[in-house]
Design a protein around this ligand. Structure first.
Ligand code: PGA
Length: 249
């Protein structure tokens, strides 16, 4: 099963539901391939209730983009907890996106977020990725391993966690890793995850960063990848659908 997950970031108003609707219609029509993949769209919090209701029991699923690190209710102005998200009928959440890390989310906070998301039975898309300097210094795998071990714990329900590898230098830049380099990183990560967590579970790893209808032609050569986290190109139904089309071409 491959994942195509759209991360809308700070984008969307109620009328943007037409984008999700068009993608869902495509999924229904794509009889040849639609059993091979799963599409999830992550709109901002403001649209979660409406979208999750409208697409309840539909092929497409709706995900949250983040949550507060403490659960349930509390005096935290402007915050939304995993408990509140789950009660909307949402089953997925993105945690640890580099944009959120850049605005102050550290490993301690992320650990709490993962804990509350799991407690509320949410499936997690956990983002990791190195920056340009770390890449230049050849620290990529070291950084990624540290981001994983600092936040994920052996006793977690690891089957609920999907890893999204998103090199920071690639997000929104049009720059993508070389196919062979990316393949190598994904293989190293998969091996590491099994060894480190002493599990037989095959972790799923997605790639994110400038995925579009062109770059997908290279990414699809990497059999080890379990799917994609798509930012910019997920805001247009046509661009998003073209990614799926080109993947199965
Ligand atoms: P991008 O963003 O596809 O616009 O590069 C990916 C992401 O930030 O998840």
């Amino acid at each position: 099963m491959k994942y195509f997950i759209g991360n809308w970031k700070m984008f969307g108003i109620p009328g943007s539901i037409k984008i999700v609707d068009r993608i869902n219609k495509f999924l229904n029509k794509d009889k040849k391939n639609n059993k091979k993949y799963k599409v999830i769209i992550a709109p901002p919090h403001t649209l979660l209730q409406d979208f999750s209701q409208k697409f309840k029991d539909k092929k497409i699923s709706i995900s949250a983009q983040n949550c507060f690190y403490k659960d349930h209710f509390g005096a935290h102005t402007g915050s939304v907890s995993a408990f509140m998200i789950k009660r909307l009928g949402i089953n997925h959440i993105i945690i640890g996106h580099s944009e959120n890390r850049a605005s102050g989310e550290n490993d301690v906070i992320l650990k709490e977020k993962i804990f509350t998301a799991l407690k509320n039975n949410l499936n997690i898309i956990f983002c990791i990725g190195e920056n340009k300097i770390q890449k230049r210094k050849k620290l990529t795998t070291k950084v990624l391993k540290k981001q994983i071990t600092k936040v994920l714990k052996r006793n977690y329900n690891l089957k609920k966690i999907i890893i999204a590898y998103e090199p920071i230098w690639s997000i929104g830049t049009g720059k993508v890793p070389k196919t062979n380099e990316l393949k190598k990183t994904v293989i190293i990560l998969k091996k590491f995850l099994k060894l480190n967590f002493r599990t037989k579970h095959n972790f799923q790893i997605l790639y994110g960063g400038s995925v579009d209808n062109k770059s997908i032609h290279n990414f699809k050569l990497i059999k080890e990848l379990d799917g994609f986290l798509i930012g910019g190109a997920s805001k247009s139904s046509k661009k998003f659908i073209d990614i799926i089309r080109n993947f199965y071409k």
